[in-house]
Design a protein around this ligand. Structure first.
Ligand code: SIN
Ligand code: MN
Length: 181
């Protein structure tokens, strides 16, 4: 809600991205596809990643076999309303050394279920589709680090009732991705 909070980012061509975004640790700017301490739209500094968030990501990282351990210095938080979506893309704006080592990014989903697509190309029809439900953790690392991935749609009213009651979470889906620059 404060400085550095959710905003509607745009791509380089000016088109609005169909989600709300905020960055913790370092700001990711979708227009220049680069990281920095502050964001161009309003000059706000990226808030620190809460230690409790980092611990959840690192625990997931060490529980999954075969991935190097990261010390996350970036967490991009996306909020999708029920019409939110995200086209197939690769995450490759982290440092060359991070990408060469196949350091994973760790994704945590909260709220409504989304259909997640992934594949070797940008072709939506060839992509594999799986549901990411509230509480699911997805790790892309090693050979899978540069997979194309995206969100085709959010499934309305699928947030677990207990979560809605305990938090007052509004309709939609939150996704956090932890990365090491
Ligand atoms: C992302 O591609 O960076 C986010 C994917 C998601 O929302 O699950
Ligand atoms: Mn991505």
């Amino acid at each position: 809600m404060g400085p550095g909070g959710f905003y509607r980012p745009s791509y380089k061509n000016g088109a609005k991205i169909s989600l709300w975004m905020m960055s913790l640790g370092k700001n990711w700017d979708p227009t220049t596809r680069s990281y920095g301490p502050t964001r161009p739209i309003d000059g706000a500094r990226a808030p620190a990643i809460p230690e409790a968030f980092k611990m959840i990501a690192q625990t997931a990282n060490s529980t999954a076999n075969g991935f190097p351990q990261i010390n996350p210095d970036i967490c991009i938080v996306n909020y999708y309303t029920n019409s939110g979506k995200l086209g197939l893309h690769q995450d490759k704006d982290e440092s060359e050394s991070s990408l060469t080592k196949g350091l994973p990014f760790i994704s945590i989903s909260i709220g409504d279920t989304a259909e997640f697509m992934f594949g070797d190309t940008r072709d939506k029809d060839q992509a594999t589709k799986i549901d990411l439900e509230s509480g699911d953790v997805l790790i892309l690392g090693g050979e899978s680090r540069l997979l194309f991935h995206g969100i085709s749609h959010v499934k309305t009213n699928t947030t677990p009732t207990w979560l809605k009651e305990a938090t007052g979470l509004r309709p939609g889906r939150i996704n956090l991705t932890f990365r090491q620059h």
